[in-house]
Design a protein around this ligand. Sequence first.
Ligand code: ADP
Ligand code: MG
Length: 538
Amino acid sequence: MFDNIHLSFTLKESTTGTSDPDVRLMNISVATTIANILRTSLGPRGLAKLIIRQKKETEIFEADKQKTFVITKDGATILKEMASEHPIAQIIANAATAQDSVAGDGTLTMVVLAGELLKEAGNLINVGVHPTIIASGFSKALKKSIKILENLAFDVKVTDYEYWEKIAKTALESKIDFVNRDHLAEITVEAVKRSLKTVNGRVKVDIDNVEIIKKEGGSLSDTFLCDGVFVDREIVRQDMPKLVENAKIALIYGAIEVKEVKGKDLADMKLSITSPSQIASFLEKEAEIIKKMVEQIRDSGANVVLLNRGINDLAAYYLARLGIPVWNRIFVPDMERIARITGGKVVNIKELSTETLGHAKVVREVIVCGKKFLLIEGGRGHSTATIFVRSGLIYEAEEAERALRDALWAVKNAIEYGKVIVGGGFPEIALSCSLKKLALNIEGLQQMAVDAFADALLIIPHALAKNAGLNPLDALSILKTEYFNGKMYLGIDAAKKNIGNMMDNGVFEPLQVKLQALKSATELAISLLRIDECLLYK
Ligand code: ADP
Ligand code: MG
C-alpha cells in the first residue's frame, strides 16, 4: 500500500505529460509522414530510397559494417534503416517487420494504409467523433473487408505452375525492372518446386532450403539456379580428393586441434618441461592425440569432414593420406543447413559416430563465377537449391535478393493457403465501393468510421496510379465507375501506365498477403488511436 502511494507520488514529481488530443494528433502526424515517404515506393513504378547509414557502430551487424548506404524499395528495409528515435516510428517499423516475417510481402501496403487510416481518423476526431467509436467502426469495416476479399479470391491448385509464375512476377516486378522479371520468376518457380514437402497430408513450401548467394559481376539476367548447397570455402589441402561420391559427411562442431582436448585427456597430457628432450616428447604426445582424433573420424566411416573452426596441419596431413577431404571455417548456420539437407547432425568430435554422419550423392569443389565453392548435391535429407544472383552493382544484387525472397514467399503463401487475388489496386477499389454501400446501413457515428475506412483504402490505387505517372484522381473515378457498372478486375496497369484488366495482365497476389496487410494496418491504426497520453518519466 505504501509502495503504491510512493509510486504515484514519484510519478507526479518526475513526470511531464502531453495529453489528448495533442498526443493523438502528434502520433497521427508521425504515422502519416512515414506513410507519405513510403507511398512513392509502392508498386512496379515506385521509386527507391537511398538511405545513408547513421547508425551507431554497435547497432550494425559485423557483416554490414562495410555498407554505408542502402538503395531499396522494400518497406521493411526502409523502416529498419531509417533508425528513427521516435517511439511511434519504432512501433511502425516493428509492425512492418512482423508483416514481413508473417506474410513475407505487403509491408508498404500495410504502412501506407495504416497512415491513411490514421489520417482519416484525425479528420473524424477534428469534427468531434470519439476515438473509441472510430476504433470500433474500423474493426467492423475490417471484418466485412475480410469476407469481401475472400469472395473475390479464387483457388489455386498445387500444380498450377502457370499461376506460380504469375504470382512470382507480380511480387518481383515491384522491385526488379520488367526486363529481368521473367527470368527471375522462372528461377523462383524452379526453386519452389525443390522446396515442396508434405506435412500431415498438407503441402508445405520450405523456403529455408533455398539459399541465395550474391556474386558481383555479370548482370541480373545472368542469375542462375543450381541444385545443392554451395559454401563459399576452399578445400584445406590441395592433395585432398576434390570429388567424393556417396559421401558420408562428418559435421564437426569446433576445431581439430589439441587445444580442443579437454577434461580427462588434458589431465593425461600434463607435462612439465625441464629439458629440450621433453619438447620432443610433448610433440609426440600431441601427435598421438591428433592421430586419435583422425582415427575416430576414420572409424566413424566418414569420407568427408566439414567443421566450423580450424584444423591442425598434422591432422589435415593424416586425413589427406586417408583420402578424406576437409573444408573448415564453415559458418554454423551453413553447417546446420548441410546437416538438414544430408540428414546428419553437427556434433562435437567426441560425439562423432556413424549415426551422426550426413549422406550426399556427391561432395566436390566447383568453380562458380571464378570462385571456388564446396558443393553438396543429392542429400539424403531435404532437397535444396541455391540461387546465384549476379550483378555488377552490389546494391542491385541486394535488392534482387529481397525481391526473390518476396517472390518465394508469395508463391509459398499461394500454395499453402490455395487462394489468390488479382492486384493492381482492384481489390482496394472493390472493397472501398462495397464498404461505402454497407456503411449506409450502419447507424450512428460508426457509419462515418466505416465510410472513412472505405476512403482510406483508395490510397493504394491512388499511389499506384500516381507512381505510374497517371492522374490519380482521374484513374480513381474511372475505376470506381467501372466497378459500379459491374466491370471486374480493372486496376492500374503499371507496365503500360494505363488502366487495365489485372486478370488479363496476370497480376496476381496471394490472398494471405493482402489479408495480413489489411489486418495489421487496421490493428496498428487502432492501437495508435488508443494512446491518449504521453508520459515522460525521468
Ligand atoms: P508491398 O511492400 O506492399 O508488397 P510493393 O511495392 O511490392 O509493396 O507493391 C505491391 C503492389 O503493387 C500491390 O498492390 C500489387 O498489386 C501492385 N502491383 C504489382 N505488379 C503490378 C502491376 N504490374 N501493375 C499494377 N500493380 C502492380
Ligand atoms: Mg511486394
